[in-house]
Write a protein that binds this ligand. Structure first.
Ligand code: NAI
Length: 335
């Protein structure tokens, strides 16, 4: 058996938290040999819901679950954390301006960044799920100067899975036959799902799409908006936001990061090293591969004029979010 891993989950009393905790405790994220210690963080109004989830976790008598503790203080919640799943955030409510939203979340993620810096384990890995996820991750990292910025990531794995599913649907392929698909940019409506570097059973996806009567205009007018607006479509149809699929994305993100992707490409929003002309320091979604607990941005992608236009639009949005939080004084150490 491996040594136990401490996982801090924020927003643990919320919907995605509830859909995440039981799968993590069952070993679906870190595998059947790794005991887990859960530390649940909520705001005072959410503590009861988190305590209820903790009671149900007890009632499952999971072999791998060593402990569950509930906190409303981030400094306690992140004590010894090896993994941080930052799900809780301040949702936009009626009449709230974008600046108000960024400010409310800036306060949350700067405090959590400080708490992680002060108390987390040396090997802490963070995924931010709470929106605006990329910019929240940027704020968090900027308040944790002693931790490499590479350890702060944001979730675009749900978008990646949505793109895989739509490409499979459009071509009749199996999801497992698709490789090289990637989400670029921000986890927002400007995200760019790139099929031009993807293959289906070893053949260019573009070719297979063409055989199925799907050309560039289908990609632009159907595929890209379908993936980018899937969250809104789910709300429309289900009468509630994506929850189980978001939890699955977050679990898959950490699982890949920790255990590797066996040479397969996935998507993660990570700190830009300047690759593909994306300004250094922005938290941007890229194609990555993971191995031995590390991820690496893939550098081999061809970016067509078509792709460039979409990637730039999303990166410009990331810059404007970054500039907005910087002007509100929400970024700690400039990186
Ligand atoms: P929810 O409202 O059900 O749960 C959020 C929980 O976070 C609440 O219990 C709340 O009390 C808690 N919370 C708020 N501030 C907190 C803080 N400072 N510390 C700890 N806990 C705090 O919302 P749901 O459905 O679970 O979604 C959570 C977030 O995930 C939202 O921001 C949503 O927009 C985002 N999301 C991101 C996706 C992605 O792919 N990146 C996909 C789907 C949702």
């Amino acid at each position: 058996n491996h040594s136990p891993v401490t996982i801090t989950v924020t927003g643990a009393g919320g919907q995605i938290g509830y859909a995440t905790l039981f799968r993590v405790a069952a070993g679906e994220m870190l595998g059947p040999d790794t005991p887990v210690r859960l530390r649940l963080l909520e705001i005072p109004q959410g503590v009861k819901a988190a305590e209820g989830a903790a009671m149900e976790l007890d009632d499952c008598a999971f072999d791998l679950l060593e402990s569950v503790d509930v906190f409303d203080d981030p400094h306690q919640a992140f004590e010894g954390a090896n993994i941080g799943m930052l799900i809780g955030s301040r949702p936009r409510t009626a009449g709230m301006e974008r600046g108000d939203l960024l400010e409310a979340n800036g306060a949350i993620f700067s405090t959590q960044g400080q708490a992680i810096n002060a108390h987390a384990a040396d090997d802490i890995k963070v995924v931010v799920v709470g929106n605006p996820a990329n910019t929240n991750a940027l704020i968090c990292a900027s308040h944790a100067p002693d931790i490499p910025a590479e350890r702060f990531t944001a979730l675009t794995r749900l978008d990646h899975h949505r793109a895989l599913a739509q490409l499979a649907l459009a071509t009749g392929a199996r999801v497992s036959d698709i490789e090289g698909l990637a989400i670029w940019g921000n986890h927002s409506a400007t995200q760019y799902p790139d099929v031009f570097n993807a293959t289906i059973a070893g053949r260019p996806a573009i070719e297979v799409l063409g055989e199925n009567g799907k050309n560039a205009s289908w990609i632009e007018s159907t595929f890209i908006p379908k993936v980018a607006q899937r969250g809104a479509e789910i709300i429309d149809v289900r009468g509630g936001s994506s929850v189980a699929s978001a939890a699955h994305g977050a679990i898959s993100h950490i699982k890949s990061w920790v255990s590797g992707t066996n040479g397969q490409t996935t998507s993660m929003a990570v700190v830009s090293d300047g690759s593909y002309g994306v300004e250094k320091g922005l938290i941007c979604s890229f194609p990555v591969v993971c191995e031995n607990g590390h991820y690496e941005i893939k550098h081999s992608y061809d970016i067509s004029e078509f792709s460039r236009k979409f990637i730039e639009r999303s990166v410009n949005e990331l810059k404007s979010e970054r500039d907005a939080v910087a002007s509100l004084g929400l970024l700690g150490n400039a990186r």
